[in-house]
Design a protein around this ligand. Structure first.
Ligand code: URA
Length: 436
């Protein structure tokens, strides 16, 4: 078997066998297959597609490329949540504590920011002292004690995905259904939880732009999860505009805290409750997602969810005083206000542009090895449906580098679309695909 033959076969649109897929994943992970051949295969896959069977085989080979975590010493059903990547998406820091407050064990492995999207691990590191890399025993004992721990993915989990994702990022082969499904599910299946709640983002600020594409992605991920004996559910959710008002690392953790105090934006509160409801149901604490929703609402209003976030911060070495004192978060030295040029209704706030503006302000990485500015980001003052007058503040961009801030502010400004009439509200959740 040669890599040349495998590339040619896929270029001609033929289905690859289990042996060919395993040969590629193993060889690329070990380094015997060079980037240029892997890139050629990824591009052939991008144009010719993978069948369901090939997607399952690719997921399985990637899952087996590294360690498979054993979480059996954590009591009960272990639930994880995963988003396919969004802008302003801090729901893990809200839904996780709410589900944990309802008695579900949340053993969450999260990622860092990718492209214009943010990552929970970067966000958590804005809390002074917070550790996101815990040894397996500490992770397990924290979940047993506090019901909740959130750590970064170790290099030993699905290393094939780590290498392939970095290659896809620079070869324009990220936004392919089979490649996303195998990337997400290989990591999730290797990370040892029993149930997965997947948030499949859809819209201009997501890798899947149409509802049909996002549903197809959700369906295949749910099928892969079910075939592996895991309870899996996917919510297809709107990512045309940023979630909530804050985008950036410390900025998003502060908004998550406000949401758990009951004073967060309506969209982020509702989406977090809905995600938590499915986590609580999947964890076996209630008999239906509706009962999970009621339980999550009670955990929000009683403050039990906020207590779980405090326990998470304390358990991972962070300073829990941040919950009541936002001055303890890293503070940006500079800010630029973005103002409206004309009167009118805001009819769109392009999520992708706000994500790019946030990254430019310093909140994300522009090259793989960039350090990030935990204080940087964008706070929206206006959103879809608001009426603005010329000169009103639309947003503030925070950071520490004056030149970058002005560039970021120009990108953020272009994200706002105004019109003479109020736009009809778009649904927050387009579909729920349940695999159990
Ligand atoms: N998130 C992932 O983990 N992988 C992808 O391919 C896309 C989003």
């Amino acid at each position: 078997m040669t890599m040349y033959d495998i590339i040619l076969k896929k270029r001609e649109g033929k289905a690859l066998s289990k042996e060919e897929i395993s040969y590629f994943v193993k060889g690329y992970t070990e380094g015997s297959i060079p980037d240029y051949q892997a890139s050629a295969l990824l591009m052939a896959v991008f144009f010719k597609g993978l069948s369901h069977d090939e997607t399952f085989l690719l997921t399985d080979a990637m899952m087996r490329s590294g360690d498979i975590v054993d979480l059996s010493s954590i009591e009960g059903v272990k639930v994880d949540k995963h988003s396919t990547g969004g802008v302003g998406d801090k729901t893990t820091l809200i839904a996780g504590p709410l589900a944990a407050a309802c008695g579900v064990s949340v053993a969450k492995m999260s990622g860092r920011g990718l492209g214009f999207t943010g990552g929970t691990v970067d966000k958590m590191e804005s809390v002074p002292g917070m550790r996101t890399s815990l040894a397996a025993e500490e992770f397990i004992s924290l979940v047993n004690r506090a019901k909740l721990a959130v750590i970064g993915q170790t290099g030993h989990i699905a290393p094939a995905d780590k290498k392939l994702y970095a290659l896809r990022d620079v070869t324009a082969t990220v936004d392919n259904l089979s490649l996303i499904a195998s990337s997400v599910m290989s990591k999730k299946l290797a990370s040892g939880s029993d149930a997965f709640v997947l948030d499949v983002k859809c819209g201009s600020g997501a890798f899947m732009e149409t509802i049909e594409e996002a549903k197809a992605l959700g369906e295949i991920m749910v099928e892969i999860g079910a075939a592996s004996g895991k309870k899996t559910i996917a919510l297809v959710t709107n990512m045309d505009r940023p979630l909530g008002r804050g985008v950036g690392n410390g900025i998003e953790v502060m908004e998550a805290i406000e949401t758990l105090k009951g004073t967060g934006p309506a969209d982020i509160t509702e989406l977090s409750l809905r995600l938590a409801s499915h986590m609580i149901f999947a964890g076996g604490a209630v008999a239906s997602p509706d009962a999970g929703y009621e339980a999550a609402k009670r955990a929000l209003s009683s403050g039990a969810g906020l207590d779980k976030l405090r326990a998470l911060i304390e358990g991972q070495g962070g300073n829990p005083a941040v919950i009541d004192d936002f001055s303890l978060f890293p503070k940006a030295a500079r800010s630029v206000v973005v103002r409206a040029d004309t009167d009118g209704y805001i009819v769109g706030v392009a999520a992708r542009d706000i994500g790019i503006a946030s990254r430019r302000s310093g909140a994300g990485r522009e090259t793989k090895d960039d350090a990030i500015d935990l204080s940087a980001g964008v706070v929206l003052h206006k959103t879809v449906g608001d009426f603005v007058k010329a000169g009103d503040s639309l947003a503030v961009v925070y950071g520490n580098d004056e030149a970058r801030l002005h560039e970021a502010a120009a990108v953020a400004k272009a994200a706002f679309l105004t019109g003479p009439e109020k736009a009809a509200p778009t649904p927050l959740i387009h579909a729920v695909i349940a695999g159990f």
